[in-house]
Each structure stands twice: as C-alpha cells, then as structure tokens.
Design a protein around this ligand. Sequence first.
Ligand code: NAD
Length: 261
Amino acid sequence: MPQLQDKVAFVTGAASGIGKEIATLYAQEGAKIVIADLNQAAAEATARELSPDGSRAIGVAVDVTDEGQVNAAVERTVAVFGGVDILVSNAGIQIVHPVEEFAFADWKKLLAIHLDGAFLTTKACLKHMYAQGRGGSIIYMGSVHSKEASVLKAPYVTAKHGLIGLAKTVAKEGGTKGVRANVICPGFVRTPLVEKQIPEQAKTLGISEEDVVKKVMLKETVDGEFTTTEDVARVALLFAAFPSNALTGQSLIVSHGWNMQ
Ligand code: NAD
C-alpha cells in the first residue's frame, strides 16, 4: 500500500539534489507532486520524468523569496490538484566566507532563501491545510548546521538554526488542526550545492580538495561516508506519512553520526 496515496506535496528546490529525490520517492508512494523551483526548465523536466502526461506532477517556476510568486504557485497547486497536504521547504543555497569578509548582500540573500522562503511557503500552504480540515505535514530542510556551527558559514548556520524555531512554532499553532512541522538535519550530501563548496573551501582554507572532503566534511562521521539523497528522502517520507501529532516539533539528524545531539 503506497504511504502517500493521492496526497498533494509541494516541494521547493525539487529540480535538483535532495528535493528531487524526495519528490521522486513521494511520487513512487502515490503522491501528486509540485516541483517548485527557481529553475523553470529543470522543474518542468523533473515533473515530466515523474509524470509524462502531467496528471500527477507539475513543474512551477517560483522564487521562494517572492511572496507573490509563492502565493501564485500554491494557488496553482490547489487549482490543479485540489489541495495541499505536504510542504517540503527545501530550496537552499550556500555561500562561504569568513564573517569579517561576508558581504551584507550575500548574508541577506542566503537568509531570504532559507528563512523567508520557509515562512512564505508555510504561510501560503497552512491557510489551505487549515481550511481543508484533514491536517498536513510541513517539513523544513535543516542541516547538521541546525545544531552546530562550522567556520565560513555564518548565515547558513544562522538560518538552519532558525528553521528549528519556526518548526516548533508551527507545530504548536498547527497542533489542534493536525498540522505537524518537523526539520530534517542532513550531514554532507554530494549534490551540486556541495560540489561547488569543495574547491571554494579548499581555496579559503588553503588545503587540497581531497582534504576538504576527508578532514573537514566527513571528519566527524562514524565511517567517513557521505549521507545520500536517498537517506534524506526516507526521513522525509517518515515525516510526511506519520499518522499522528506524536511526531511534531522535532528535528532529526541524518549524518552518519557526525552529530549525535
Ligand atoms: P541543490 O543545489 O542540488 O538544489 C537546490 C535547489 O534549490 C536547486 O534546484 C535550485 O534551483 C533551488 N533554488 C535555489 N534558490 C531558490 C529560490 N530562491 N527559489 C526556489 N528554488 C531555489 O542543493 P541540495 O544539496 O539538494 O540542497 C537542498 C537543501 O538541502 C538546501 O536547503 C540545503 O541547505 C539542504 N542541505 C544540503 C546538504 C548537502 O550536503 N547537500 C546538507 C544539509 C542540508
């Protein structure tokens, strides 16, 4: 029995990496999917991969920092699929610099994508989840950096910690209406976001790319392994399919033991 039969899932940043894997697993589990991504061509291509005739997945171009675009994308979701049951707020970027060199514009850009994006998509989806009267599941893509810091990542660590506060608040407000909110906290996953960081960190830290992987990214794991997109998608399925409010306001780390808080 599919675990998400005919649930409607709005997944941001789903044209690549972790979001794409979550959308794919949700589709296999019977959900109808909205691939909401800045990259329109990739969003539409991903939707076609999941549903060639467009009846069970659509791609929607959306910048999660733009309130009008977010609201329009959620309204389109409801118009096409009749509601929204699951939000995965996953779109994200990374920018690495030491604090004293961080451009204010880059700080604001990163916080806007991770935090404004989470707030705007939550606000737009909650309205429908409450009105539908069948509850819902909101999932934020945090990180091990929701729990601890690394050098060079001030706005990312700040934003990922902030998502836990948002999830706890939404969990409290949504409780009586059956809307759950949780955070997934992955370790390093080899997606385009991480591939880009390896040479950047090597340059900033003055070490080889191999050492960035071994001595920085995977140093604290129990087995020197990357977390995979599949690992993260399984946790996203657990949070989406869980049948009661027993699992809400939580943050679950999936990191090969890098962090055990
Ligand atoms: P990715 O670069 O593969 O995918 C990110 C997607 O987000 C892209 O398709 C991009 O177009 C989209 N996006 C970027 N800005 C957007 C915006 N303003 N509006 C809408 N879409 C936008 O990255 P990923 O590694 O799959 O990361 C996904 C999430 O997982 C991010 O929140 C990231 O912080 C988090 N995360 C990643 C890792 C990792 O190691 N890769 C670890 C922990 C957490």
